[in-house]
Design a protein around this ligand. Sequence first.
Ligand SMILES: Cc1ncc(C[n+]2csc(CCOP(=O)(O)OP(=O)(O)O)c2C)c(N)n1
Length: 672
Amino acid sequence: MIHFNSKNYSNETLVSLYKALVFPRLIEEKMLILLRQGQISKWFSGIGQEAISVGCTMALEPDEYILPLHRNLGVFTSRNAPFTKLFSQWQGKLNGFSKGRERSFHFGTNQHHIVGMISHLGAMLGVADGIALANVLQQKQKVTVVFSGDGGASEGDFHEALNTAAVWQLPVIFLIENNGYGLSTPSNEQFKFKQFIDKGIGYGMEAVQIDGNNILEVYDTISNLAASIRLKPRPVLLECITFRMRGHEEASGTKYVPQELFDMWSKKDPVANYEQFLLDKNIITQEEIATIKQSLKKTIDEGVADVMNEPDITPDTATEIADVYMQVEPTASSDYGHLQHVTVKPATDATKNMRYVDAISDGLRQSMEKHSNLVLMGQDIAEYGGVFKITQGFVEQFGKGRVRNTPLCESAILGAGYGLSIKGMKAMVEMQFADFVSCGFNQIVNNLAKSYYRWGQNADVVVRMPTGAGVGAGPFHSQSNEAWFFHVAGLKIVYPSTPSDAKGLLTAAISDPNPVMFFEHKVLYRSVELEEAVYTDYYELEIGKARKVRNGSDVSIITYGAGVHWAVKHVTALGIDADIIDLRTLLPWDKEAVEASVKKTGKAIVLHEDTLTGGIGAEIAAHIAEHCFKYLDAPVIRTGSLDTPVPFNMKLEQNFLPIERFKTDLNKLLNF
Ligand SMILES: Cc1ncc(C[n+]2csc(CCOP(=O)(O)OP(=O)(O)O)c2C)c(N)n1
């Protein structure tokens, strides 16, 4: 039995809560019928847990973001997402929220201030941090609520997101629906602590536990918490005790749940109990209840009928491909001074000698000046200036709000970058070393990369990646990992080799509304050999265009990063008549430039520092073989590092790198 305390809420409020509560229940009942009839394919039920979704949503202001999960239909209905559009979404129809590209609740709608889940549990918790951070930076007194199940809370993302929110005092309610099971796994096989609120002290945040089946308790608690958090931003952990009355999804059954639990919790049904309370208190009559249900059922039945009549999607490949990236009006590019493919020219011809590291810092600083909505996040990047000192002096110029030291939470911070873009901001996340991106991999490949295609929300995030070997730093500070991302639709990959390119491509990457992985070679950072005159004013280069480093006719050397300098040095020393192409952008890469060069020389070698197998050279070599076959006078050669981890000993490392092998391979190719 549930004890309801209506406090001084008006009858109107109490009845509106009832209407909102019963709606998702009626929808679910209909879905279960349709499932049995074979008219829908799958259903994740939230029956028994509706009071949490509904009470929470009704307690918030309509423009406060909610990040729900697969059992939170009540969030969508309480935000008035039209039932017909929801049902279209579930049926994979074009009129759904994601044009048939995503399943059930995996979509967002900024119109309703809802950011739905991806399948990976825990992944949205850091995103909530970013939305909340945007609210703080934009001085908006708003709360963000993100849901987690008790099972999902075992993910590392949970820890990172709560920790970051606590350190930054972000206005987020981390709402845990503790329903005792994660799929079939009971709590005692999921965690050892007694209750989630015990974690509050560990994170340095308030923690509150409530009866999740009591809509008034949920509504009242969240209303009060939200009011207080709006005035004094801080995170709160809210544990809602509840029970899942059906299987994880309908096909998976409930055999593992003891019957006593069902018997006990069915007495605590959130809808039936609240209905009885309203009847007992004469706040509503049986007739009124019948009228409410009848009207909601009509909406449901009509919606179902409409969607069943909607035609199935006719795929159009061009549309699908076009929606992988947010399109920007193309700006014509032209050469300017020593720069190739300039889209935004520098205002004056003033130059200054800069090393690669200086040029990156300069481009980043000018981007901060240009985009007032750009936020930098990374470990030790504030007062300390970053381990490579790229952001030295930035805190003084831009303040700690926009130049943020982060805890060691790569995943939560990358998620926060995505959250900032949902609120119209831009983020640059610095990996301390490119190697550490593995700890945030999921955010990049599943959240940032797929968001625009899934629901039209771009992820305006640049991830800076200090990369590469040659400094005796061993296997975990030296990797070339650009190929990890090369296969992921939705990302762009930029990898400059000179100071001028580094500045112009970093500014372009930050201007670009899509997620960009920006690789910076650590050996190049402070190389004096590379120092050159760089335009001091702001300029941008075109992403996706290679640079012709050298014109020649005997062989095409296609390379990027440190490879460019190895190639130039070698062919200069030996007087080889080579065409050298610096790809500069790896995704999308400049097919036209490569094809034109190979058609001219008839011989091609692809050189990269990354290990050979599955490297980017494999794709380029395959492309050349496929598209330039009749122009080739020899097989396409790939030269890369050994297929081993990067060794620490400098001699082993030099043996690992392809510098010497390249010389042999090139010689063989020239003599073929
Ligand atoms: C990262 C990740 N691992 C595994 C899964 C598969 N999976 C889907 S739901 C689920 C159980 C989730 O339990 P809980 O978070 O308690 O939520 P509930 O289903 O009980 O509402 C699992 C293991 C997943 N979606 N994401």
